[in-house]
Design a protein around this ligand. Sequence first.
Ligand SMILES: [Zn+2]
Ligand SMILES: [Zn+2]
Length: 337
Amino acid sequence: MCFQDQFVNKIMTKRISDRLNNVVMEQFNDTLSVVICGAGSPLPDPQRSGSCALVIAGDQVMMIDAGSGVSQISAMGIPLGLVDHVFLTHFHSDHINSMGELMTQRWANSGKGFPIAIHGPVGTEDIVTGFNMAYGPDRSYREAHHTATVMPPSGGLAKAYPFTLPSTEGLVVLEKDGLKVTVFPVDHSPVDPAVGYKFEYQGRSLVFSGDTAKSPVVQKFAKGSDVLIHEALSRPIVELITSVATGLNRVRVTKITEDILDYHTSPVEAAEVAQAAKVPFLLFSHIVPQLPIDNLQRRFVEGVEEVYSGEFSIAQDGSFVSIGLDNGRIHQGELLN
Ligand SMILES: [Zn+2]
Ligand SMILES: [Zn+2]
């Protein structure tokens, strides 16, 4: 073996061993953290997969939505086997379309013998039944190949925990080992139900807006939180797509890009919510549309500093924000570059 190959093997051995020892998780000790696995929307975007995020609190790892960003979690070195609870915000395809892969990869990664819990509004049970059915043949192949000892049969399944849509007072959907998860309704009309979530742990908290137009309910739940993760759509950039499509007589694209304007929040509106709720850090996620040129990042947040005095950033796949449990200090970073 040449010197170069030996060198690469050494690097790979370290990398594989770090991954098997979950070294990436050490940086989240003593924090309440959010890791964005999918920062995008249904629009294909190399920097931003479909909606998915992880909340890390102590040794608990919770997931919000199971869009195509699920496939970025292993790429970040985070073991999918740590996830036992998923919270769905609504049933748009970009929020659920990787549930089958999540179920399979969690099972293979952990060998756990119990289903992953899928919490969501009423209707979640039908989606879970569908994914369990669709992945039935795959489960049988893997059990036959690796044995039921390595792949315990029920570990490959999902189990639904549906809740009725709460009032604007919210509803606690899980309390476990000091972590409290509260759900609240948002406005993604005509999509109904649609919800957001608040995660509270050891006096710190994170709020997810879910997909919504500017909402006083998000503002109410975000009040006093440390971090708000808010969806955002840039109207001027979407309108640029509409105007190009109109010029090319692409009637369907024109109609769809006009339709999406009314059930999302602009970055400035999200910043107004964060300011009113006195949240010190605002993370924009579920970014619409794609921002393939650096200059567009600046334009995406144009006007935000005029209405918001806190810190903010635009998420991409791998972005994380941690809140120190002892001092409340907020730290942000990237796990994919
Ligand atoms: Zn969405
Ligand atoms: Zn949606």
